[in-house]
Design a protein around this ligand. Sequence first.
Ligand SMILES: [Zn+2]
Ligand SMILES: [Zn+2]
Length: 143
Amino acid sequence: MDTQTTEKRLKSRNIQPTAMRLLVLDFLIRNRSAVSLSDLEESFDRSDRTTLYRTLKTFLEHGLVHQIHDESGTAKYALCAEDCTCSYPDDLHLHFYCLSCENTFCFPEMGIPQFNLPENFTPSHGNFVISGQCPSCPASSLQ
Ligand SMILES: [Zn+2]
Ligand SMILES: [Zn+2]
């Protein structure tokens, strides 16, 4: 991914492109699975946790990424589709958490069903995660 493309992607979400933001976005684009703060820390060993956290938070606030809570207990972040507005329920989709490699995958093309909630239950967010085994992990590795 060239810098121009990543820069454009930041600007389309009204995020001022800084060197750090460009690097983090590039990392998110290159990763097939959702990324946690610890994943970022491991790959950016010269940056401190606070800076990385702030970068993710900015991305989240501007709708560049969405947050996923899976069974790992650690929040993960994945890039939103370019036309995503993170609105409920249209932009919600399925996630798959692999119990062996602990990777979480986004399935933006798999929207979630619409629920008729009882009166006065006002939904604003949703986390749809299925756990199991991903194609990269042999079935025997499941504990
Ligand atoms: Zn796996
Ligand atoms: Zn997702």
